[in-house]
Design a protein. Sequence first.
Length: 413
Amino acid sequence: MAQPHLRIAMIVGKFPVLSETFIVNQVRGLRARGHDVDIYALYGGPDGTERTLCEQGGQNGIKAIYPPRPTGKLLPDISLMLMKAAQYPEQAGPMWRLAGEYDKLGRREIFMRGSAFFGQQPYDVVYCQFGSVALDILPLRSMPALSGKLVVAFRGADVSSYVRGSDCGVYTELFRDIDVALPNSEFFRQRLIDLGCEAGCCRVIRSGIRVQDFPYRPRAVPGDGIVRFIFVGRLVPKKGLDDCLKAFSLVRQSRDNFRLTIVGHGPLRREINELIDILQLKKHVRMIGAQPHHEVRSILDEHHVFISANKTPPSGDQEGITNTLKEAAATGLPLISTRHGGIPELVEDGENGYLVDEGDIERLAARIIQVMDHPELWPALGAKGRKRVVGGFDQETWNEKLAGELLQAVGMK
């Protein structure tokens, strides 16, 4: 019996994004199962260094459709809209009436965004990556192309900082229209239910990794006695890199045989550099910037322990379960992290790594010293981490579950 296949419109923000490899992974997984997937990047694509790194990392093999966006200048915008209207007059009229509910600039944006779907046959599934992106697609749901089942993946900021305070009811309309909500952790599933999403349509789909791409190697005492720690991630407040550095500053009062490599880029780069100077850690810390994904795999192999002191900043932004932690665990690296977001669903304290409370710098320093002083524990911690990732975060397993959820949503399973 032939496997049913779906037409899927995957709606994303920007594409490609270096830190969002899960989108590429899901697209490839769905296409490998015979489904047609078109990516629509509502907010464009990256520029400069990030685009280059995405291409080097293989993300350039997945193409996206970029809806036109208003320039803010009346004549160019009107010219583009008239051209679209001439090509698809039967769809342009209803879209213009819909867009008329918004202010002038919003009207142009709605019309231009909708014009990307002119002439498209109806999709079976409209699959939005991030709740905030889904809100921007809601005004277009009356279009024939976007009338399919609405499935939304929730991943982090969209169900933390985005819904704080007066914005806690921001998803009320979305929850009325949504067919399936797919948070990436049990932590965020409960958050969505608390916000008003029906529990019956809210199911966890984790972001998996290709475990076979991360060869396992038990860590052992280094010949030079230097214990090499690594952090991989964006340089943003919720990663807690400032707490990591402060903890290493405490460690340096009694230990000198450590080094920390920081892999990543982001808006806090200057502040992190300054903090390294202030804490007198230049000898111990090196920043190598963002790297292509395949290079990160090689860099992980050169280190002994992975550290990430995630915390909730004043904005409320939180993590699900970062792929970098999964990748590190898959290679056999012991993990040091925090009880933040969905991280405890991966890191089991004392089993495959260690957890401390957010912001507890002294406890974090104590755990770093414990790991440094007991390298005989590294192989067992690493082996349990690998087992945890293989059993709970394998990409193929979760891509199969995702495909099953989409088929079930349209009644094909």
